[in-house]
Write a protein that binds this ligand. Sequence first.
Ligand code: GDP
Length: 426
Amino acid sequence: MFDDRTTCAVVVGAQWGDEGKGKLVDVLAERADFVVRYQGGANAGHTVVIGDAQFILRQIPSGILHPRVTCVVGNGVVIDAETLFGELDGLHERGIDTEGRLFVSDRAHLVLPYHKLLDAASEKSQAIGTTGRGIGPAYADKTGRRGIRVGDLRNLAATRLLLDDRIDRANSLLAMMGSSERASVEEHAALLGRLAPRLLAVAADTGLLVYRAVKARRRVLLEGAQGALLDLDHGTYPYVTSSNTTAGGASVGSGIGPTAIDGVLGVVKAYTTRVGNGPLPSAASPEEDERLRRLGGEFGAVTGRARRCGWFDATVVRYAARVNGLTELAVTKLDVLDTFESIPVCVAYELEGERCEEVPSEVERLERVRPIYETLPGWGASTASARTLADLPAAARAYLDRVERLADTPIRYVSVGTRRDQIIEV
Ligand code: GDP
């Protein structure tokens, strides 16, 4: 990524999220001029470890940790301004200067407290396993053309009138869903009044900023949140997130045309995890699920929720490669598999007695697939200090070769630990 041919690249999750995109973005941001988030909200907890410090960034691009990088929160993101400023204060306390290098799209929609109330109420009636941060309802307001955008804060009097209508509607919905919670117009108006000066200070036509950066052949990294199988269109609907996580979303959500993008890196774990509800065809047995979770620290960065663990699912990754147009792959957490004697890899599914090489479009069918496993030998040695492919045990190299062939996408990076330097560039 980032050579003479690639100056505008997308990094996406190619499974169900939590693939370790934060670390890859952090490594690549070192070579980038701009890092742009294009979808999702404060539900995406990127974890970046620098020295002894761990940073969890939910709303601000993790590129902010690099002093040279300009960070953009694009129009496709829904903004939880209180979280954003909380993170910003945390960064400032730790001596990270963000002045003049963080911009938020004035076309981005706001996540407001009433969205969180709606999220909680709707999760009670249809459990998707959301993070309860109001992201789904904020996107629903966006597509329903009743959202409130960052730029609306420039005219608080007009926005106050919008609020009357939105809160009225939200309260009717809450009553309908049997919730006793109610949102208050006064509280929302006061909140917007408080947020406006600080938010408007960083608000910009970010599409234009990114366009100019691309035109000037500056290095632009478009950072996806969640993963392909959580994409609103291409994921395991309805157990999905409310935005397009796949690479096409990078164009829409950042405001540049698709021809500007010249590389797409898909991040996958060397195994599979899933948080929230919905099918996981390559789920491991309870003992191995527990072992993978313990070794991989598979608990949500934002919610602390335990992730379900399973084996590498090549059907999922091939599918993600197709819908994202992946040009390269990063395999993370190889070190988590170090102690397994043998490692199953799901190469295809069996559905209704037939071999199935694609991800079925309905979850009901995906729930019924049986994984077809191929078992590869483990390597029984630590990979944590490997910095080249040659440093890896032969069985680990063979495992990666098999993953690469099954995914039909060249592996460019292999991550072998949480630290920034624990990476192999192929
Ligand atoms: P993201 O949302 O895709 O950035 O993923 P998260 O940050 O939620 O989860 C990735 C977790 O795995 C974080 O705790 C990382 O520090 C950790 N991690 C990333 N790469 C590796 C790796 O190669 N090995 C190990 N053991 N942990 C890793």
